[in-house]
Ligand binder design. Structure first.
Ligand code: HPA
Length: 271
């Protein structure tokens, strides 16, 4: 039995007949959104073979199944990162399990540094594209022609429009930008940030992109939100730290939660 099949068996045992529509990944500081789920069950990653051993502060490490705004969701409270063990495919089983459970779309979230003055700490950014600065892929070792994933429209236009509408309706200022994936766990240098700006990125972080690639490999449409926790290196006198990330993520929690609630309330299967 594959790890994905083993996970499905655990999930079916816990929530028989439950087929989620939307899979979600909650990044640093966003874990509390899981409390908004009208939950059927919550399963520890420890009981799901191949799911990440979430080890970073702000990550709880459980899969919550239930409803938000009438939409059936499967929510990962916590994720794993490339920088933990140097494995880009650390989220592969989790993303494949979303697909195997029947999810038809994903919403990914993260904490990020901002490279634009307008989007300061506490703001929310819709990702429209990304730049993979790590030189690695979670699909290293994958077989067959499907590994040559088209990334042209990785961030689904229809889902992005739905997120924009949800933001407008709820008076949430939604910035937009391109996310640069850096390997971490160290933060960037000011020179790296200047380079990323020239390359056309507006946000920088250490996650999400491998999940985007894995999801597109599974044919799952997706959208992604960054919570801006800080100005990127060299843009502000405040030293960068993970404590700051967690603290400032809380500033945007309310806006992101109302945005996600509204998005899920108005959710329609992506065309
Ligand atoms: N850089 C990389 N990752 C991050 C940052 C940052 O400035 N802020 C939150 N995650």
């Amino acid at each position: 039995m594959s790890q994905v099949e083993a996970c499905l068996a655990v999930i079916h045992q816990a929530a028989k007949g439950f087929v989620p529509q939307v899979g979600m990944v909650l990044g640093s500081g966003l874990g509390p959104f899981a409390d908004q789920v009208d939950a059927l069950v919550s399963i520890s990653f420890d009981d799901l073979p191949g799911f990440p051993q979430a080890g970073v502060g702000g990550h709880a490490g459980r899969l919550v199944l239930g409803h938000v705004g009438g939409t059936r969701v499967a929510v990962l409270q916590g994720r794993a990162h490339y920088y933990e063990h140097g494995q880009a495919d650390v989220m592969a089983v989790a993303i494949q399990t979303f697909k195997a459970m029947g999810c038809e779309a994903l919403v990914l979230t993260n904490a990020a540094g901002s490279m634009v003055e307008e989007a300061g700490p506490g703001s929310v950014m819709l990702l429209t594209d990304h730049i993979n600065m790590t030189g690695v892929s979670p699909l290293f070792g994958a077989q067959g022609n499907t590994r040559f994933v088209d990334m042209t429209q990785a961030y689904h236009h229809g889902m992005n429009d739905a997120m924009r509408s949800a933001a407008r309706a709820n008076h949430v200022t939604l910035h937009e930008g391109v996310y640069a994936w850096m390997c971490g766990p160290h933060f960037e240098t000011p020179a790296e940030i200047r380079a990323l700006k020239i390359l056309g990125a507006q946000a920088v972080g250490m996650s999400t992109v491998p999940e985007v690639i894995l999801a597109r490999h599974q044919g799952l449409p997706l959208c992604a939100l960054s919570i801006v926790t800080n100005y990127a290196a060299g843009m502000s006198p405040t030293p960068l730290s993970h404590e700051q990330t967690i603290e400032y993520a809380a500033l945007a929690t309310h806006a992101v939660e109302s945005l996600l609630n509204a998005f899920l309330q108005g959710y329609e299967t992506p065309a």
